[in-house]
Design a binder for this molecule. Structure first.
Ligand code: CU
Length: 114
């Protein structure tokens, strides 16, 4: 009886995990965090799907950042971001896009959107 109950619990757990997996697969969009710190983006490359959202976080203590994208099909400008400030961007177009920083020209993050 005890073994049977354990087997049923394992089955229930497996079923529950499968359901979670299916629900996750249906959510096509994801949210990814990008850190602006020490005059570079972390990470420097992001592989995304259309509809994904990135959140740009200024992780510096006293430096302002200003993320922007100049692309053929759309433009993005986060404005001046104070330390601790967050900006979000949802990628609606496929392609490769470079996020630059208006204050630190060497800061670059390449988005690869499928
Ligand atoms: Cu910057």
């Amino acid at each position: 009886m005890h073994a049977y109950r354990t087997a049923m619990s394992v089955l229930a757990l497996t079923t529950a995990l499968a359901a979670v997996g299916a629900a996750h697969a249906e959510l096509s969009s994801a949210i990814r965090i990008v850190l602006q710190k020490g005059r570079h983006y972390d990470p420097t490359d992001l592989f995304l799907r259309r509809g994904d959202t990135i959140t740009l976080v200024n992780g510096d203590d006293s430096t302002i950042h200003h993320a922007f994208i100049e692309a053929d099909r759309f433009a993005f400008d986060a404005g001046d971001q104070e330390p601790g400030n967050r900006a979000t961007l949802t990628l609606k177009e496929p392609g490769n896009f470079i996020i630059q920083c208006g204050i630190h020209p060497k800061m670059k993050l390449t988005l690869h959107v499928q």
